[in-house]
Design a protein around this ligand. Structure first.
Ligand SMILES: Cc1cc2nc3c(=O)[nH]c(=O)nc-3n(C[C@H](O)[C@H](O)[C@H](O)COP(=O)(O)O)c2cc1C
Length: 277
């Protein structure tokens, strides 16, 4: 049986997925960094500096084709979280699809954003459903069901449910009518807050629609919560993000860095100015 989730056929032979791949905290890339140091003084920093000799490639975006702009922006603004969005059509037909133009934009009130890229060839059912019903659920994707989530991005005929394709489970929501994904560790029940169509210069046909959703109700699996009962533990959440093309990424390592206090930075700057090296 063919697999819809396998890598492209021209892909090189890949290492197997490592299930036991715990997210761990490490030191920062240059643990000895001091105020004013700039680029890391490690070999990594020296190589990065040496690369400057190769210069920069630039694009005037007014002269850049949409396919090129897509490749440039898609591969550079990374990693992107992925909202796995459940909606109902005006006729109550369920829909499920992933969207990586997704972010939190405010805490008070809690607002998230989604953006739909539109083509006259195929409308985005999720967009139509949100504009029609004003309700949706954004589920977060974790490693154990990434293939199922990816499969829902298929351009299926309107009478085929992506839920059936995915094999994932519809769990009733509390505040909105669309179901949440039971397998998701995190589900955000949302109501439409605002939408904004985006038009190419001189066109009256939108090329994208930005949707802001007000988060009304949140579900987080107990098993991914930290002891504080509020924050998710990335090692347990095992989130998946989107990077360029058809590539996804998982979390490998992270490092903690405190936000500097101005009083500390100020005194270091004063000290450096009074006795330069
Ligand atoms: C990981 C991933 C991220 C995606 N992100 C977006 C996105 O941000 N915006 C968009 O319009 N389409 C995005 N797509 C494509 C949609 O998922 C795809 O067009 C889907 O068929 C839309 O389903 P719908 O018509 O049922 O809404 C993405 C696809 C994948 C696999």
């Amino acid at each position: 049986m063919s697999s819809v989730s396998s890598a492209p056929s021209d892909a090189p032979k890949l290492a197997p997925f490592e299930e036991a791949h715990p997210f761990k905290l490490t030191e920062t890339p240059n643990a000895g960094w001091k105020v004013g140091d700039g680029l890391s003084k490690t070999p990594l920093g020296r190589d990065w500096k040496a690369d400057e000799e190769l210069g920069w490639k630039t694009w005037d975006m007014a002269q850049t084709s949409t396919p090129d702009a897509t490749q440039i922006l898609n591969s550079t603004v990374v990693p992107r979280p992925i909202g796995f969005v459940s909606t109902l059509s005006a006729e109550n037909y369920p829909n499920l699809a992933p969207f990586s133009f997704f972010q939190v934009v405010a805490y008070n009130p809690p607002i998230i954003s989604l953006s739909f890229r539109l083509s006259p060839r195929q409308p985005k059912d999720t967009r139509e459903n949100i504009l029609a019903t004003k309700q949706f659920v954004v589920n977060l994707i974790s490693e154990p069901f990434i293939e199922a989530a990816n499969a829902t991005s298929v351009e299926a005929p309107a009478d085929v449910s992506e839920w059936d394709i995915s094999g994932l489970t519809q769990e009733p929501s509390v505040h909105v009518k669309p179901a949440r994904v039971r397998e998701s560790a995190v589900s955000l029940e949302c109501e439409l807050f605002q939408s904004q169509d985006i038009f190419p210069d001189g066109s009256t046909v939108p090329s994208a629609t930005l949707v802001l959703g007000r988060v009304k109700y949140v579900h987080v699996r107990n098993s991914v919560l930290r002891p504080d009962g509020l924050q998710a533990d990335p090692a347990k959440l095992r989130p998946i993000s989107r990077i360029s093309g058809v590539t996804y990424a998982r979390l490998g390592e992270g490092f903690d860095m405190k936000r500097p206090e101005w009083s500390d930075v100020k005194s270091i700057l004063e000290e450096q100015r009074s006795c330069p090296e």
